[in-house]
Write a protein that binds this ligand. Structure first.
Ligand SMILES: *Cc1c(COP(=O)(O)O)cnc(C)c1O
Length: 241
């Protein structure tokens, strides 16, 4: 069932309010938290409505779906009447196979799911060929579940250092997914761990000024993630349900 526009607006308001409340509890500014809308559970009309409501940072976890969505939204943006909207920026948040790097870079502004050196290298080579620089986040398996993607906690620092030596990839932060549990408070140690690793890297000036994002928190646990320092929350279900 596609979500009605009024409902979408309500959901968006509630999420923004929850982010603001979490920021207040943590002594942070809501301006430092970007809402990234995950459109994998939305239909095209829902995605369009969201863009009209001013949400322009969108994410998909599958390459093919991101490419199709981006194409459809761009056509719509180009032809619609009224005040210009956008531009829409796409974040790739799902596991990325190395043979999909090329199509992803045609669409995505940010690749959040870099979890191996080889993937980072492939992105770097491709970006070099296209004469551009690609923003990436290092995905870390902080919850240490074997079935989760992301580099191992023990490998993350070294991997971040090596990514920072690549000329056409810019490491702008780190990303993680918490284990899904009944009580969102149980995600807190996972988020705190990423935050500690992030602080440690910044302390050593790895990544420089660009390295400033913590992408953590989904529909179920984003207030906790914001309390722990998230600068990007990736929300799907809570928007479109
Ligand atoms: C699907 C997905 C999300 C959003 O999940 P919701 O629970 O629907 O908010 C966030 N991050 C990643 C990596 C995802 O795959």
């Amino acid at each position: 069932m596609p979500v009605a526009r009024g409902k979408l607006e309500q959901n968006l308001q509630r999420i923004r309010q929850n982010i603001a409340d979490a920021c207040r509890r943590a002594g942070r500014s809501p301006q430092d938290v970007t809402l990234i809308a995950v459109t994998k559970s939305a239909d095209l009309e829902g995605a369009k409505a969201l863009v009209e409501l001013g949400v322009t940072e969108l994410a998909e976890s599958r390459v093919q779906q991101m490419i199709e969505r981006a194409g459809e939204l761009n056509d719509w943006l180009a032809w619609r009447r009224g005040a210009p909207l956008g531009p829409v920026r796409w974040h790739m948040i799902g596991h990325l196979q190395r043979n999909k790097v090329r199509p992803v870079l045609e669409v995505a502004s940010v690749v959040q799911s870099v979890d191996s050196l080889r993937l980072a290298e492939d992105i770097n080579v491709r970006a070099q060929r296209e004469g551009k620089t690609v923003d990436v986040l290092l995905q870390v398996n902080c919850s240490q579940e074997p079935q989760k993607h992301g580099c191992a906690v023990g490998a993350a620092t070294h991997m971040a250092e090596l990514i920072c030596t690549m000329t056409n990839v810019r490491l702008i932060g780190m990303m993680t997914m918490a284990e899904h549990t009944e009580d969102p408070q149980q995600a807190r140690p996972t988020f705190a761990l990423l935050r500690e690793m992030f602080d440690e890297l910044r302390h050593h000036h790895i990544g420089g000024d660009a390295f400033r994002h913590l992408s953590m928190g989904m529909s179920h646990d984003y207030p906790v993630a914001v309390e722990e320092g998230a600068t990007m929350v990736r929300i799907g279900t809570a928007l479109f349900e």
